[in-house]
Design a protein around this ligand. Sequence first.
Ligand code: NAD
Ligand code: WQD
Length: 346
Amino acid sequence: MNPQESTRPPRRVLVTGGAGFIGSHTSVLLLEAGYDVLILDNLSNSTVEVVAAIERVAGRRPDFVCGDVRDGALLARLFARSAIAAVFHFAGLKSVAESLAAPLDYYANNVGGTIVLCREMAEASLHTLVFSSSATVYSASHAPPLSESSPLDPAQPYGRSKLMIETLLGDLAATDPRWAIASLRYFNPAGAHETGALGERPKGIPNNLMPYLCQVACGERPELIVHGNDYPTPDGTGIRDYIHVMDLAQGHLAALDYLETHPGFIAINLGTGRGYSVLDLVEAFERVIGRTLPRRIGPRRPGDIAASWAAVDRARELLGWQSERGLEAICRDAWRWTCTGCPPRS
Ligand code: NAD
Ligand code: WQD
């Protein structure tokens, strides 16, 4: 064996929730960057076909284990089987509405899963973690741009589960200087892989604007309902920071590089720093598909805020990362995925 190889740190990473929307796109980039990828996913919100799609796109196969991140014995076996350099922790439940109806599921899966994962990581002397947090941790009453030091006050159990996890990760990092943890606060991930082979596949009626628009465009839903046009924004509709999922994925690789030389805990926004209204997004989408879509104005959606976008200075300064793709690429790639790649849910 080449002696340099034996001393080289392992380049194998665990991606929990790697069959999901953001985890699958990140897995592609990790494989393309030369990492060996082990995906652990219980397929509660994804399918095993995604693993084959990752392999087709990246040209390399990720290892895949169907299992739950709350299964400590399974994690212990996986960590014992092969040296892992870092963990990307995407696995979790993500519906705000569902979290209001079933808060215990959200705390058990999101918070409970992270506790089990961190315990087993520590047991295996593995201390590098990139966690999927969310802009929902911020207080709804604070005006954008939201920086990492903006007030935190999530309005629902989903966001509170993310904030609890951030708190426990910060506490953990304070106990042992070997921990290096980045909590990435995503704004509004959207779009798909540019090949059209990977994308977002929500269960049931989509909550999020972009998958809903795609379903209206392909005739699965009769019209888009714009949730309110009486917000204090230029066109009256809600403003969000839509970030292309491949830019987001790239941010994860940048975070891993950063953690190699920066132990401790840090929260970092991943957004574009620009907000677009619902109508901006709809019109960009209509330009991409070359036709207008049926839409009507409905009432405000309970719990929605008028405007949210990220301050992105920290990501730029610490990670050397910023988003590259704009609204048009988000719409084009989401539409390509809808037309070519997205298999119907059974
Ligand atoms: P997703 O549902 O597509 O992916 C999550 C994956 O985790 C799914 O494949 C699911 O089967 C798996 N999973 C869930 N619980 C598990 C468990 N206990 N053990 C193993 N696997 C489990 O969601 P996504 O959009 O890719 O989001 C990934 C992460 O990013 C989540 O933690 C989510 O809360 C966070 N996030 C998402 C958004 C967004 O808008 N998509 C925004 C902010 C934060
Ligand atoms: C965007 C805008 C809606 C659908 C949610 C979660 C958040 C994060 C991302 C996980 C808003 C409007 C939407 C529709 C509409 N996920 N809209 N008609 O609410 O910013 O964030 O997803 O962390 O936690 O809360 O995103 O895509 O649902 O809505 O008019 O049919 O589109 O009112 O202004 P949101 P969204």
